[in-house]
Design a protein around this ligand. Sequence first.
Ligand code: M6R
Length: 368
Amino acid sequence: EKAGYEHFMLKEMYEQPRTIVDTISPRVRDRNGEREIHIEELNMTDDELRAIKKIHIVACGSAYHAGVTGKYVLEGLARIPVEVDLASEFRYRNPLLEEGCMVIVISQSGETADTLAALRESREKGFQVLGIVNVVGSSIAREADACLYTWAGPEIAVATTKAYSAQLAALYLLAMKLAKVRGLMSDREFTALLADLKCLPDQIELLLGQKQKIQRFANRYLGARDIFFIGRGIDYAISLEGSLKLKEISYVHSEAYAAGELKHGTISLIEDGTLVVAVSTQPELYQKMISNIVEVKARGAFVMAVTNEENKAVEKASDYVVYIPQTNPYFTNSLAIIPLQLFAYYVAVGRGCDVDKPRNLAKSVTVE
Ligand code: M6R
């Protein structure tokens, strides 16, 4: 079943290009020679889409992290305010859902207890809920008012990879659709974004091809006590996911920080030789990230940067660099996650961990 791969997680990482194609291509269509995004499952007219005043995204774990990326992309492209909540928090805080808001729940399994409860609570209050779900016919898929499937296929490894990547793709489509109907995106910009989306699968393939390089690097950190992930903006969102991947399968303690927050306490955790993974894919934030890299290096950190090829300045400032291919700044999380997944995977393999079934964790958390 593993098709020759050592673990399901590795197999599923390699399925990511296919997953992205399957999630995107049925929803990009030609109409009268023009390309458009058609999300049939939404069941909403363009007028209804234009009337959305606010979006609440609710999810757990990696699906929550996809939601954090979604916030940056939806707010940036469609200019709709977005709140992202952990489902276990949302359900007990008597959330203020206002007229015109849309609730989006994200879940691979479609069975996560807290996410399902959040969906029910929102529907009881009279709000429409859109599910972004992977498992066809799951509870969330059935109970949501509308369901946008991520066509990732069955995911076996407890640590999600391909379903997460598909969730990002689904959120990009939604953001582009909303931006388009709200008149916020020119045809030219839309065409350029579609072209970038189309390149993602091949670019992911290229990054997966760097697995040996990442494995060699990971092998240096098998005995690490703590590893930190830092980033700003959308790179902070991917830091959260990279850190979760590492800790859940390798049992190495790790944390993600918004890079600007280091000075407010967390920098005291950096010691001689501590690995800091600095994600820097947003051109307007390159300089700010370099300052943060310099700060942690001055405290003894070893810095691995994940950045764009053009960002040569970061190469000088850091100790080790992984480059991601050129894409739109809103889509960089889909590429930056690949080296982070590979890193987590190889640290776990090197430490002899049960990669597909990490201790104490279940694939689907159906109890509170
Ligand atoms: O099935 P769901 O997407 O609702 O699951 C949510 C989380 O339990 C899940 O993403 C978890 O954090 C994963 N183990 C992360 O790899």
